[in-house]
Design a protein around this ligand. Structure first.
Ligand SMILES: CC(C)(COP(=O)(O)OP(=O)(O)OC[C@H]1O[C@@H](n2cnc3c(N)ncnc32)[C@H](O)[C@@H]1OP(=O)(O)O)[C@@H](O)C(=O)NCCC(=O)NCCS
Length: 105
């Protein structure tokens, strides 16, 4: 599943945002995440957006996925969740295009 729409923090110069992106763990590593993000970018483009931001927990290994998709680390922040500090990092795409697949490893 994925949810997306207008960026919530427009100070970074991006107009669209993917708020959440989740693949069923039974299907990890089979291309579903890439296909889902690709579809999300197509939806954003269709709604008139031209760029995308995604926030993730700083310690989430998902950062490697976003880097493989061509996202650039563009910001860091600390949010408060039930009183506890939660470090987050943001990945940005200036254009709604993913990096090409890396050759088979
Ligand atoms: C992150 C997530 C969406 C990736 O989905 P996926 O279907 O496993 O990813 P894909 O199979 O499409 O992989 C796409 C690319 O990312 C790379 N990749 C994926 N996870 C990776 C990891 N943990 N470390 C390094 N590279 C990774 C793959 O090598 C692949 O590269 P390629 O397309 O160039 O060959 C999935 O792991 C997930 O739902 N995680 C839990 C939820 C989550 O953390 N969501 C993000 C909240 S912000």
């Amino acid at each position: 599943m994925s949810s997306l729409g207008p960026v919530r923090d427009d100070e970074l110069g991006y107009d669209g945002e993917v708020y959440a992106l989740y693949v069923d763990p039974a299907f990890f590593g089979q291309g579903a995440g890439r296909a889902l993000l690709h579809a999300g970018f197509t939806v954003l483009r269709g709604r008139g957006f031209s760029s995308c931001l995604i926030w993730a927990h700083a310690k989430n290994p998902v950062r490697f996925f976003y880097e493989a998709m061509g996202g650039r680390l563009v910001a860091e922040r600390v949010q408060r969740m039930m009183g506890d500090p939660v470090p987050e990092i943001a990945f940005g795409w200036r254009k709604l295009a993913l990096a090409e697949r890396t050759p088979a490893r």
